[in-house]
Design a binder for this molecule. Structure first.
Ligand code: UDP
Length: 396
């Protein structure tokens, strides 16, 4: 089987944790590698972008085609008007290289728009994963700036796709009810986590590697820096804790200087300068040392379609405190692998931080439960189900 995987703004070689690179880039990378491992030929088409962010090319062992469409410096908001060029270039690549594809697999709405146009040219089925849907995101956090056509295009892409892959029942229900899509065309296939990379390792060794003192308590946040991630709430909670020997490591967020300086100002105002450390984006090889150096991980997001970093923390045996939003509800098992907080205000976070920071046995037992839960969310299962879906659509 040959697949054209369209990921217009999600270059899988880009280091995650940058301004616009996160879970989707990791997902595309992991899925493509695993599909290739199953003998499926996947070409990933992504937009040629400027390379000021670190590219993890050495970690990539599949074919990425960089498509010229618009200025390389464009960000996500400016890409829409260049999608026709993107389509033409992908079609040209397929002709120049004498390659035909059995299926088009699109990631994010921009890629969905491209995929539907390619479907008209190639008459091949389209599978779309939105990763996030504007309306769901807006409901959770109405201050996002987005392309005004996005909502309409998401509906079109839903209607025109032969199948939609979502990560949670919540997203499935939304698409079914709001976009009026038959539930048979929506598959819930949550991603997995690489449990061989993200696994429990000796805490003191991990701390030595990344130069953290052995006796302090360490709280970890991993993700892009954007307001939707709700870091303000965590900072406020920290400022209310009694214990002062606590450090928060904020991993991710390189190249989003505006949000970084906003958060730094909040730290200053709350007198947290000494406790909060913005360590920037960390590559996949080193990230496990950060999880394994930590006592717990916090994801205070207003919304997460999945929340891969919570799953990675669990896989490393680290308890997670997260807001009960979107996909986080299925990754964190409340009171078993961490805590899921209904109310997104500092009080409940203070409460659970104090409980966990003062009880090592509880942290350890939640860590063991978290590891077991992560093992049950294996990539093998996800990839098997994706391949079944692709087979069903291409054999029609
Ligand atoms: N990540 C990373 N390096 C960083 C920060 C984040 O590799 O410095 C990865 C993180 O491990 C996770 C992904 O980026 O795999 C973030 O995915 P998540 O679903 O948590 O958030 P999203 O980016 O999709 O909002």
């Amino acid at each position: 089987m040959k697949i054209a995987l369209i990921s217009v703004h999600g270059d899988p070689a880009l280091q995650a944790g940058g301004k616009d690179s996160g879970g989707m880039n990791i997902y595309v990378r992991e899925v493509t590698e695993r599909l290739a491992g199953e003998g499926i030929d996947v070409d990933v088409f992504t937009r040629m972008h400027d390379r000021h962010e670190e590219i993890e090319e050495s970690l990539i062992n599949f074919n990425i085609v960089y498509v010229k469409a618009g200025e390389e410096s464009l960000d996500k908001l400016g890409i829409f008007s260049h999608l026709d060029t993107f389509v033409n270039e992908v079609d040209k690549y397929s002709k120049d290289n004498n390659k035909t594809y059995d299926l088009i697999y699109a990631h994010y709405w921009l890629s969905g728009v491209v995929a539907l146009k390619l479907k008209k040219l190639w008459l091949k089925p389209v599978v779309t994963s939105f990763h996030t849907i504007q309306e769901i995101k807006q409901e959770a956090f109405p201050f996002n700036i987005d392309n005004p056509v996005r909502g309409k295009e998401e509906r079109n892409v839903s209607k025109g796709s032969d199948a939609i892959v979502v990560w949670s029942d919540h997203e499935k229900k939304f698409i079914q009810e709001k976009f009026k899509i038959n539930s048979r065309n929506i598959e819930v296939i949550p991603p997995g986590v690489d449990v061989d990379i993200f696994k429990p390792e000796d805490k003191s060794e991990s701390r030595k590697i990344i130069n953290i003192s052995q006796d302090e308590k360490v709280i970890l946040y991993v993700g892009r820096l954007e307001r939707l991630k709700g870091l303000d709430t965590l900072l406020e909670a920290l400022s209310l804790l009694d214990q002062r020997d606590i450090n928060l490591l904020v991993v991710g967020g390189l190249y989003n200087l505006q949000e970084l300086s906003r958060l730094k100002k909040i730290c200053k105002d709350l007198d947290l300068d000494q406790n909060v450390h913005f360590v920037g984006s960390i590559n996949r090889k080193e990230l496990k040392h950060y999880y394994n150096s930590s006592d717990l991980c916090v994801l205070p997001s207003y919304y997460e379609s999945f929340g891969l970093s919570a799953l990675e923390a669990s896989a490393c045996g680290i308890p997670v405190i997260a807001s009960k939003r979107g996909g986080l509800s299925s990754i964190v098992l409340d009171k078993k692998t961490g805590y899921l907080l209904q109310w997104r205000c500092p009080g409940p976070f203070v409460d659970k931080l104090e409980v966990l920071l003062s009880n090592r046995r509880l942290r350890d037992s939640m860590g063991v439960a978290g590891r077991n839960h992560a093992m049950s969310l294996s990539w093998d299962n996800a990839i098997g189900r994706l391949i079944d879906l692709f087979n069903k659509l291409t054999l029609r």
